[in-house]
Ligand binder design. Structure first.
Ligand SMILES: *Cc1c(COP(=O)(O)O)cnc(C)c1O
Length: 379
């Protein structure tokens, strides 16, 4: 028998969450953002659940190729554009749309020989200071692109730095609006947090702080699609009506009976104050479970909530079984996601205990963990 750890990808949950994105911006088309191998889920594994998307947005040309290999004929957008002139040939061949964020990318396009002109998304740096033209340089870039025979439609795009937090999007939105006012073209501004918090949809908590809610022709739905709340802990996935799309699960491979004063694991970071039974789980940081999780990080054993005890080691971690007398070797342990009984442990809770965000955990499941699409739930 292989080591009992595995990861499951839930197609129905992906489809459900994508529908939530659509409901939050009913007039917009939805990019399913599948960069970083679909946030660690695997593009091929996530595809079935996401095929109702209007397009797929990603970074890597190789990932674009894999999507075309799945027979996806619709739009694919390269969120960072091309990295060298040669990449434009693949864009022409695979019909990829691409972001243009710097003058060099315009130079490359101007020198590119293509039959079919390219659809491009011109990116504004409205305050994030990562990629894009400043508001002052934006119109010049637009005019340059517009004069190129290699360019078809130009869409307008920016990215928010604080859609999930107290700073909000008002300043960046105003900069974008002012610089694009009379430019034609479709708009794409919102990531998950902006979509949930700043759209015109009912229940968007920050929309009232804006003169007008953020309006998109294309929204870019990433993390919400994967069942993590972009503004956790202010809101959790239950609040946003999202479902976990990845389960990391394993089993108990041993139990120990502790006496008062006994310690657990490397560094003896946990000391039992009373007689206590613990379970040892076949999951450690070499599987992608964060080592920074301290005692008390939530975990489900046989679908019931308990907590970790002591340090996470490379291949194992310990859990408290005080309230779980029936648990023993072979018991199901859900590190995040859904238990067999349907209990949910949001990845965001584990991420918070590790001082990080759900994005990082789902992207970091180790290659040694077998990952598969979960069989369809019977209902
Ligand atoms: C990753 C990314 C997104 C998606 O962000 P989420 O927070 O995961 O929704 C949107 N737009 C751009 C430009 C990105 O790089």
């Amino acid at each position: 028998m292989p080591r009992p750890i595995e990861a499951l990808v839930h197609s129905e949950a992906l489809a459900h969450n994508l529908a939530r994105a659509r409901a939050a911006a009913p007039d917009a088309r939805v990019w399913a953002v599948v960069k970083a191998n679909a946030y660690g889920h695997g593009i091929e594994r996530a595809f079935a659940g996401l095929r109702a998307a209007d397009g797929f947005a990603l970074l890597d040309l190789e990932e674009a190729r894999r999507l075309r290999a799945l027979d996806w004929r619709g739009p694919i957008l390269l969120l960072e554009g091309v990295f060298e002139p040669r990449d434009l040939e693949l864009c022409s061949r695979l019909g990829l749309w691409h972001v243009v964020h710097c003058n060099e990318q315009i130079d490359w396009l101007a020198a590119h020989k293509t039959q079919a002109p390219h659809r491009v998304f011109l990116k504004m740096n409205s305050g994030m200071n990562r990629l894009g033209f400043t508001p002052a340089a934006y119109r010049g870039a637009w005019a340059r692109l517009n004069a190129l025979p290699q360019v078809d439609e130009i869409s307008l795009m920016t990215h928010f730095s604080d859609a999930d937090g107290p700073r909000g999007v008002a300043q960046q939105l105003a900069a974008f609006e002012a610089a694009t006012q009379d430019l034609p073209g479709e708009r794409s501004l919102s990531n998950s947090a902006a979509l949930l918090r700043h759209s015109a949809a009912q229940g968007a908590p920050d929309a009232a702080r804006l003169a007008t809610p953020v309006r998109n022709d294309w929204v870019r739905a990433g993390i919400l699609t994967y069942g993590s709340a972009p503004d956790y802990p202010e809101h959790d996935i239950a609040h946003w009506g999202l479902q976990p799309t990845m389960t990391l699960r394993s089993r108990l491979i041993a139990t120990q009976q502790l006496q008062p004063g006994d310690t657990v694991g490397y560094g003896s970071r946990y000391t039992a104050e009373r007689a206590q039974r613990i379970g040892i789980v076949a999951c450690g940081y070499a599987d992608g479970y964060p080592r920074h999780c301290g005692t008390g990080t939530p975990v489900l054993v046989d679908g019931q909530r308990t907590g970790t005890v002591g340090r996470v080691s490379m291949d194992m971690l310990a859990v408290d079984l005080s309230a779980l007398p029936q648990a023993g070797i072979g018991s199901e342990v859900t590190l995040w996601g859904c238990s067999a009984s349907g209990a949910v442990l949001a990845i965001d809770e584990v991420a918070q205990a590790a001082g990080t965000i759900g994005y990082e955990l789902m992207c970091a499941v180790a290659p040694r963990v077998p990952m598969a699409v979960a069989p369809a739930a019977r209902s």
